[in-house]
Design a protein around this ligand. Structure first.
Ligand code: ADP
Length: 222
């Protein structure tokens, strides 16, 4: 069973005065197929922790292990491959490319392997269908509602079937009814793909759709 093991992770940012300590020793374990919400107020270090889980940023000390991989012990090429193949990200701000259609946006993570194959396109279309947007494949992001854009972002995050799905305040810009639909969709898809989902949020409603909840307080998970 592929497991995410986070051990005593700390993160400090150097400042001209004393270092700003954001994470003071975060530890937890999560199995594939599980979902975890990390709650906490703005500035508590949620995004910092998520960036470390996705190997976008490195911890000051401590260990992260995912299955057999220890991302922070990999060389640059392997680390890039880890991020590309194992991790899918959904951000608060959809981060879709404005000039691309819905279909093209969902295909972008596959472009690292070269021109998309007919299989890739079928896979992307399947995901777009699954998030309920098959009649929007040629739309640009500006022609979509906020909830639709987030549904595209979820489809894009899943197109490489990542084992680890990370979401940073994915419903933060949505009204509460839309947020609920998007939150539920995220969990359904995580279960269908048997990925491991970590969501950071200050929304209790979103957190309630996850199997487990932790709160980040004073740099520690409680
Ligand atoms: P949250 O996601 O909970 O709102 P963040 O993880 O974004 O919190 O930030 C936690 C703290 O770390 C904040 O005080 C923020 O100002 C600080 N911080 C985040 N990134 C950096 C950075 N690159 N350099 C210095 N300080 C940072």
């Amino acid at each position: 069973m592929e497991m995410l093991a986070v051990e005593n992770v700390t993160k400090e940012y150097p400042t001209p005065a004393e270092a700003l300590v954001v994470l003071r020793g975060v530890s937890f374990m999560l199995d594939r197929g599980q979902s975890l919400a990390i709650l906490g107020p703005s500035g508590s270090g949620k995004s910092t922790l998520l960036a470390i889980l996705g190997a976008l940023d490195s911890p000051t000390s401590g260990h992260v292990k995912f299955g057999e991989d220890s991302p922070f012990q990999l060389g640059e090429t392997e680390l890039a491959a880890f991020r590309r193949d194992r991790v899918g990200f959904v951000f608060q701000d959809h981060h879709l490319l404005a000039q691309l259609s819905v279909l093209e946006n969902v295909l972008t993570p596959l472009l690292a392997d070269g021109k998309p194959t007919p299989n890739d396109v079928a896979r992307a279309r399947g995901l777009i269908d699954r998030v309920g947007l098959s009649d929007r494949t040629t739309h640009r992001p500006s022609e979509l509602s906020g909830g639709e854009r987030q549904r595209v972002a979820i489809a894009r995050a899943l197109v490489r079937s990542p084992a680890l799905l990370l979401a940073d305040e994915p419903t933060g810009n949505l009204d509460s009814a839309t947020a609920e639909v998007v939150g539920r969709l995220l969990v359904e898809l995580q279960q269908e793909h048997n990925s491991l989902l970590v969501v950071v949020t200050h929304s209790q409603t979103l957190a309630d759709t996850m199997q487990e909840q932790r709160r980040i307080e004073d740099g520690r998970l409680i």
